[in-house]
Every structure is written in C-alpha cells, then in structure tokens.
Design a protein around this ligand. Structure first.
Ligand SMILES: [Zn+2]
Length: 576
C-alpha cells in the first residue's frame, strides 16, 4: 500500500528583512543576548519541557544551542556565532549583539542592501587596520614579565560570567589560578618543536571556592580505592608505572585482538584469570609501583597487586589517559596476550595523597618537565561549579591565544566607543573619495557610517543593566557609566575611572551621552608611560575575529534576497 501526500507549495518570502515578523524575532534575539552581556548581565535558566537538568548561564556557548527557532535568520546568526565561540572561546555575545545591531540599523537607515554591505565592509577594513597598528589607542601590549596582564585578562573573562556566583576575592583567586595553570602548561627547557601541555580539571562540590588550587602534575580521584598509608610509604623515586587501555576484568569479549586457545573441558574463566595473574606477576617482578587501567580490573588481580604493595587504579576513563601518558611516558597496553614489553613502562617521580572535602586524590609528580597540571575547582553547588568549569576552560583557551598575538584590547566598552570615534573621524576626512569609490552618495555614506558607529556604541551601552547612563569622553573616547540615581548634569564632578580603568575623570574632562551627536575628533591614546594599568582587558585575537564575524554575518543577512521555505526544510537564496 502506498500513501500519497500532496506536496505543499513552497513559501517564498521576498526581501525577508522587510518582513515585520522576521525583524521582530531578530530584535527579540538581540535583546535576549544583550541582556546577558557583561559582569552584571542577567542570567538565563535553560531547561526542557519534560524536566531534567536545569542550566543557569549567561554564556553564549551554553545559551545559543538552547535557542531553537524555525526562523532561518536566527539559525544563520546562531551557527555563525557558535562557530566563532568554538574556535576562540570568547566574545560570543559581543559578536551576536553587534551583528544584530548592524542589521537593525541598516534596515532603519533605509539604505539599499548593497550600499549598506559595501559600507560595512569598508568600515570593518578601517577598524581592522587600526586595531593592527602599533599605535592603536585601544590596544595594550601584554607584558609576560609579570603576571598582572594575564591575571587582568583572566579576571575580565571570569567576572563577565555572573552565573559562577563569585565574590571579588573569589574572582581574583580563580583568575590567579587560571593564569598559573596557563603558565604551567608552557614547556620551558625543550629545544625544537614546542608542544603545549594541558590542564586537567577536577571538580569538588560543596567546598569553598577559595579552596580551589592548581598543582603541577596530575591528580587522580582515588576516593575509596586506596589505603593512604600505602601511598605515603611509596616515595622511593622514581617509580615504575604501567598503564592498560585494555580491560582487565577477565571477560572474553573484552580481551581485545588475538586468539585464545582453550582445550576442551577446561574452565575458560579460570584460564583467563591465570593469564591476568601472569601479567600481575610480571608487573611485580619488574617493580611496578603504580598499576593503572582505563577500564575495570578483576578483583582477584587487584587483591594480588595490593598485597604486593602496588597502588591500583581502575576505571581511569579515556579523558585522563592522554595526560597520564604524557606525564609518565608509559605506552598503554592494549592487548593481554604477551608479556609486558619494557617500553610499556613509564615513570613518576613521587606520589602523595591530597584530601579535598570527601575526595581523596593521588598526586602524581612527573619524572622531568611535563607541562601537565591539575586545577582542582571547588564551589558550593553543582550548577555554579559546572559554569565555573566551563569558564575556566574558556579562560585557558583565551590565555593561549596570547601566545599567537601578545596583545589585549581595553575592556569595559572602551574599545567599542574608541573605535566608533576613530571610524567617525577617519571617515569624515574621506567622504568625497570613499563615497565615489563605493558608488554611493555622500549622504548615504554618512548615514552608513553613523549606523556602524551607533551599532558599536550600542554594544558598549549593553554592558549597563541597572538603568545607568552611558557616556563617552571627548578626549580619549572611552566609555563611562553613571548610576541611575546620579544626575547626568553632575558629570563634570565625576572623578571615577572609565570602563577599562585606564582614564581618570577630572573636572576639565568633557563628556557626552553615548549615542548622542558629537563633533567628531581624533581620539587620543592614553599615555603609555602612565603607571596606571587597565583593570579590564579583552582578548585581542578573540575580539578581532568576533568583530569580523559580526560584520560578515550581518552582511550575509542583509544580502538575502529571497527566503524559500519548503514543507520541512528551509533554504536561503543569496541575492545575485
Ligand atoms: Zn577606558
């Protein structure tokens, strides 16, 4: 029997960004993401309708996958931002809010799609070449001679994730740990190809954040599996380690490749157990002190090895295998059919036991330099701990980006306002020639510049969530906020600091409301000799890429000429 389904006609939406429904959805998405932005961003709770795990977050990499929409535009922007975050770990919300603001402004300005796209490309080029200049006023060279810049960069990322629920002191503690962990993963003495080490994260729930710590080497959770006094007695260095990736449970299907010859009438189980015991005996003979298996070890073997004074760890899991191989130099044994080759053995210099709340950890010290370290993260409950874990991993990735480009951008909205002022000034001086090159009128050009700068400023403005007012100073073009209860007329009396903390308020300084008209000026760079250090820094590499992604994605959305929706599948056609 066959069933015929009448094919529904495809739904075509001409110039989709002229469609009010689509524009409303994009505007809603912008408001949603902008409301999460920065240290005081509002948290979102993500859960499904049938119960299960509830996630509290403001992180784009957690939030965006949870937003499902039938609207292809929403999905286009979502996948573009997620792709950026998967590569650069930071500035996802910046990219998303800037992209959506650019689309919204371009539509409001009434500029033709092609004109807006051409202008956005040109202005992006201005920004990128300015950011890459040595004398760029919103960039700082990172000083690896001290940990201050690294800690500031880490702190800016960690403090912008309020779902971690950290006090000032806890934020600083975790920022220092993240910087310390990053430095421990940099190999020092090896000439030739440099391979970065790695940070393994262990989490302990129900403990104070301030109990979190970083250790060189590897900490393995051995709660309930080990007699501590045995480990303490085993500190004759260095110690021999053997590591199995094959199961030692004694089950036939888990024996791996090879042939097992079983004469008729013989008990297979005891044959296999005998074979495993032979391996155990060899390990004892070869003076193995630490016997680790990725999977399960038969209780009889465990008993035998322990009786010989060997520390046994089973069910290590696949994620810890690689760091353990790197640390010990052991080659994991994948088959049980031969004797253990000498090259399978690895070494550790020292073993000790560490206690974190109810967790017992075995601390393995590398025999030489290994660039492996363990970050033990503690937090009061599971939700906060899982957000803290995500944030620390992102921070590590961002710190690693500084090896590629040892610079950072000023945070707190100052890079956005400074860039907007720079673009305004630069483009005012080239109206006639650039408008001619781009094939648009001078008034269209000015409208496009205003839309672009306004979008950048709106991202800085989005950092404020408590009804405060945003300002820009007319010397350095940095970003300032005043609490909602302070009259904006009192601006001249303001003696605080700008968003990044580099510029100090003074009575002679002039400010204007952000997004109000001001006479364009060339924004000055803060003095490089000043002892004042920025308090908020953003990753240069991540933000530069986020800026490019935001403008390119906005241009792609502006370029869509026809939206064709099939019954179940949507297709987007670019304009030709
Ligand atoms: Zn600043």
């Amino acid at each position: 029997m066959s069933r015929h389904v009448k094919k529904s006609p495809s739904l075509c939406t001409d110039r989709p960004l002229d469609n009010a429904d689509i524009c409303n959805k994009l505007s809603l998405l912008r408001q949603l993401l902008a409301s999460c932005f920065g240290p005081t961003g509002r948290l979102k709770q993500v859960h499904n309708s049938i119960g299960g795990c509830v996630v509290t977050t403001s992180t784009s990499s957690v939030l965006l996958p949870a937003i499902s929409s039938a609207q292809p535009f929403v999905n286009l922007i979502k996948s573009s931002i997620l792709n950026h975050v998967s590569r650069f770990s930071d500035c996802g919300l910046f990219a998303a809010t800037l992209c959506l603001a650019l689309v919204e402004r371009a539509k409001q300005s009434g500029l033709g799609g092609n004109v807006a796209i051409g202008l956005n490309k040109h202005l992006l080029g201005l920004c990128v070449s300015y950011l890459q200049r040595e004398d760029c006023g919103c960039k700082v060279k990172l000083d690896f001679g001290s940990s201050q810049h690294l800690v500031t960069l880490a702190r800016s990322i960690i403090s912008s994730k309020p779902a971690c629920v950290l006090t000032e002191q806890e934020t600083l503690h975790i920022s220092k740990l993240a910087s310390q962990a990053f430095l421990l993963t940099l190999p020092c003495a090896n000439p030739g190809t440099v391979t970065l080490g790695r940070t393994v994260t262990a989490s302990v729930e129900g403990h104070s954040v301030l109990a979190s710590a970083v250790f060189p080497g590897l900490l393995l959770d051995v709660t309930g599996a080990l007699c501590p006094h045995k480990a303490e007695s085993l500190n004759s260095s260095p110690m021999c380690v053997v590591l199995f990736s094959a199961s030692l449970a004694g089950d036939l299907p888990e024996l791996g490749d090879g042939i097992v010859e079983v004469p008729s009438g013989v008990d297979t189980d005891s044959q296999i157990l005998d074979q495993l015991l032979e391996l155990g005996k060899q390990a004892v003979k070869d003076e193995v002190k630490l016997f680790v298996c990725q999977k399960v070890i038969h209780p009889v073997i465990q008993q035998y090895l322990r009786s010989q004074g060997i520390i046994v760890i089973e069910r290590l899991g696949v994620t810890l295998m690689e760091p353990l191989i790197q640390l010990t130099g052991a080659q994991p044994v994948a088959t049980l059919h031969s004797t253990l080759p000498a090259k399978a053995y690895g070494k550790v210099r020292d073993l000790s036991i560490r206690q974190f709340g109810s967790k017992t950890m075995l601390h393995l010290h590398p025999p030489g330099e290994s660039a492996i370290c363990t970050m033990v993260l503690c937090h009061r409950n599971e939700t906060m701990l899982s957000e803290l874990k995500v944030v620390c991993q992102k921070t590590e990735n961002v710190l690693r980006l500084t090896l590629r480009e040892p610079s950072a951008l000023l945070g707190g909205g100052c890079t956005e306002t400074h860039l907007a002022a720079y673009v305004r000034h630069k483009s005012m001086n080239e109206v006639t020639e650039t408008a001619a090159v781009l094939g648009c009128s001078q008034s269209e050009y000015l409208l496009g510049v205003e839309g672009f700068c306004h979008s950048l400023e709106s991202v800085a403005k989005a950092l404020e969530h408590n009804g405060g007012n945003s300002f820009i100073d007319l010397t350095h073009a940095h970003h300032w906020t005043l609490r909602a209860d302070v009259m904006s007329g009192c601006m001249e009396d303001m003696t605080g600091l700008c968003g990044c903390g580099l510029v100090e308020g003074s009575p002679s300084r002039k400010w204007t409301c952000l997004n109000s008209k001001y006479t364009e000026f060339s924004p000055a760079s803060p003095s490089r000799d000043s002892p004042v250090q920025p308090r908020v820094l953003d990753s240069f590499t991540a933000k530069l890429n986020a800026l490019q992604v935001a403008v390119e994605t906005a241009n792609l959305a502006l370029d869509v000429f026809l939206l064709v929706t099939f019954l179940n599948v949507s297709m987007v056609i670019d304009s030709g």
